[in-house]
Design a protein around this ligand. Sequence first.
Ligand SMILES: [Zn+2]
Ligand SMILES: [Zn+2]
Length: 399
Amino acid sequence: MNQTSEITQSKEPRPPINWPGALILLITPIAALILLPLYLWSHDISMAAWIVFTIFVIWTGLGITAGYHRLWAHRTYQATWIVRFMLMIGGTLGIQNSILFWASGHRTHHQHVDDIDEDPYSAKRGFWYSHIGWMLRNYPSGEANYKNAPDLLNDRMVMFQHNYYIPLVLLTNIVMPALIGWAVGDVWGVLLMAGLVRLVLNHHFTFFINSLAHMFGTQPYTDENTARDNPWLAFVTWGEGYHNFHHIFQYDYRNGVKWWQFDPTKWLILGLEKVGLTYNLKRIPTLTILHAEVAMKFKRAEANISTAVSSYGHDIHHDLELIRHRFKQEYEAFSTTMNEWKALKEQAFLLKKAEMSQKIQDADLRLKVDFRLIEQRLQAHGERLEIALSGFRFGKKAG
Ligand SMILES: [Zn+2]
Ligand SMILES: [Zn+2]
């Protein structure tokens, strides 16, 4: 337990230890740290063990990201039975409790993000607590409450996994790798690598999203919570590192929304859509995303300018005065664009309600062009703002 959580929990007695969680989370890494070097002392890892390990790492990771997180917790898309089954097995391999428990707790995390008493893994309680501490004891904020998951309570596959969770965990994590190991002639190698080492790696990479992705990285879309975009974390979490975007637009199936951002979970869901195995992929409109980004730039610029102004006092630097002026101009233009966008959205809404075919198609086409123009204007506001601010170092008094 680190200092921050000690402070936030004040003098209240510590909740009782969550023995099943604590034992798994403490014993598995210790076992891996002892058994792996011991095994390597006298054996090489066989090619077969490496291959099964790789497949299991990917399967478990995607079971959590594409399954537990984006499918069941957020309902960002729908999937056919076989996809849901494969993701359910992958997620069970992860030993992170049942889909029902995980997804319900995660919805609470989004609803009460950063709240010390309500968010089950609030980053405001420090690294240790948000990473793993919250699972070691039965904290009130982590208590199961499925009121926010009526859809999951009615989902047969979710409830099957919940009701047979322990046997399924044993089957997937021990029986399955042992059988595969036996088939490829390396029972212990496969059990160690695809069973134990894979589990420990997957645990901590997933937990990094609750801890590190709420501590280190950028906030391009919102600064109203601690979530950060972190490309390094995206690499070890199949794309979940773009957590700032995810917290503001949780119903989008993408986390790395830009085409160049590493988000294999997004690519998988999209790829499966192409072959008809996933459908109803939810996307936040590009304009809405761009608006959040540009609004954030303005917010940051405004804060920088007012800090600079207060540090200069009365003797305002000429450059700063110019920047202030440009900012004001650009902000006014931005507000105009926003108002026009709002009016356009109303038009589009009315158009959808009416039902006259040819006329509508023409108007629809015109609206599309207008929306595109708004998008270009928004982009330009952001770019001009950056140009206006570049070359001026805020917070540093000129000599
Ligand atoms: Zn989060
Ligand atoms: Zn989420």
